[in-house]
Design a protein around this ligand. Structure first.
Ligand code: C2E
Ligand code: CA
Ligand code: CA
Ligand code: CA
Length: 288
């Protein structure tokens, strides 16, 4: 029996390795010739090559909107749409991610800061890359937030779990500085980074975001169910807010509701929206 279990493990690891190399391979072909032609990232935004979209997040019980995640969309001339994963990886490789993230947040806040002002309980989250996390970036980001009269507690910064564990002194400075300013910090893609929980809970995080890969297996995978249940318990006992992303079906929503209260983000309730669609969703439905 042991032998068969080991053989299963090897087969599983092998398929994961193949999948990883496929993912890595898809990252290579993104040739950002725009990076050399148009040096000014600000112009990518004014030309609408890149722009933010906004995915609402809902309270699992009341189904009221509690927040939004701002996500990058990319549409390059002659190339077309590219995946934000690949785009961000290319920007990181070109060492332009600090500049990019600051322009992205600036651009997104320009679109939605009045919505945030008028809805002080609405939160707004941004994805922060590991390369962003240093002293210079944190200081610039705080300055940027101060230029908008948005309450710091309305802002959440999402940091992927695998990055959260490799904290250098620069990164620790950055997250502590931002936390001290008053923004919230979330561990993104929770469950995918193989980090030790005791390491994570020592860092000043407020929220855990369960990755979509667990949610999409909920229907027929006992392990995914167990991981999600355990994460609910962890979040409750350590006082983390819990967000579950990638909720696509009513069955998944019912499973989660059964575990307790959480925040839901997924196509079942809403896809990422343009600024206009977000405005009319929030104003039209009067959900506050
Ligand atoms: P993420 O942070 O895990 O974001 C959630 C992703 O899941 C988004 O993909 C979202 O559109 C997608 N999603 C949400 N609900 C559902 C659902 O019900 N079903 C399915 N199939 N997908 C759902 P997206 O927008 O393609 O972004 C992919 C990743 O790219 C993000 O994953 C994030 O890691 C990265 N990313 C996107 N924008 C930015 C950015 O501005 N900065 C940084 N550093 N990374 C970004
Ligand atoms: Ca995220
Ligand atoms: Ca940096
Ligand atoms: Ca994810």
């Amino acid at each position: 029996i042991r032998f068969n279990a080991l053989k299963d493990l090897i087969a599983k690891a092998d398929s994961q390795l193949q999948q990883q190399s496929r993912i890595q391979n898809t990252k290579m072909p993104v040739d950002l010739t725009l990076l050399s032609h148009e040096n000014n990232i600000k112009q990518w935004f004014s030309n609408k090559y890149v722009y933010p979209v906004f995915q609402p997040q809902y309270d699992s019980d009341s189904e009221k909107i509690t927040g939004i995640e701002c996500l990058t969309r990319v549409n390059l001339p002659n190339i077309g749409a590219i995946s934000p994963f690949d785009f961000i990886a290319a920007v990181e490789q070109n060492n332009r991610i600090d500049e990019y993230t600051l322009y992205f947040i600036d651009n997104a806040l320009t679109s939605i800061h009045s919505l945030l002002l008028h809805n002080p309980h609405l939160s707004c989250s941004f994805n922060i890359s590991a390369q962003n996390l240093d002293k210079a970036f944190a200081d610039k980001l705080v300055n940027l937030f101060q230029n908008y009269t948005v309450l710091p507690k309305q802002i959440t910064l999402e940091i992927t779990e695998s990055n959260a564990i490799k904290m250098t002194s620069e990164a620790l400075y950055a997250i502590s500085r931002l936390k001290l300013y008053g923004v919230k910090l979330a561990i993104d893609d929770f469950g995918t980074g193989y980090s030790s929980i005791s390491q994570l809970v020592d860092l000043p995080f407020d929220e855990i975001k369960i990755d979509r890969s667990f949610v999409c297996q909920l229907a027929d995978n006992k392990k995914a169910q167990a991981i999600i249940s355990a994460t609910f318990n962890l979040a409750t006992s350590l006082h983390f807010n819990l967000i579950v992303e990638g909720v696509e079906t009513q069955e998944q929503l019912e499973f989660l509701r059964d575990k307790g209260n959480c925040i839901i983000q997924g196509y079942l309730l809403s896809k990422p929206l343009s600024t206009d669609d977000l405005q009319s969703l929030i104003l039209g439905k009067g959900k506050f």
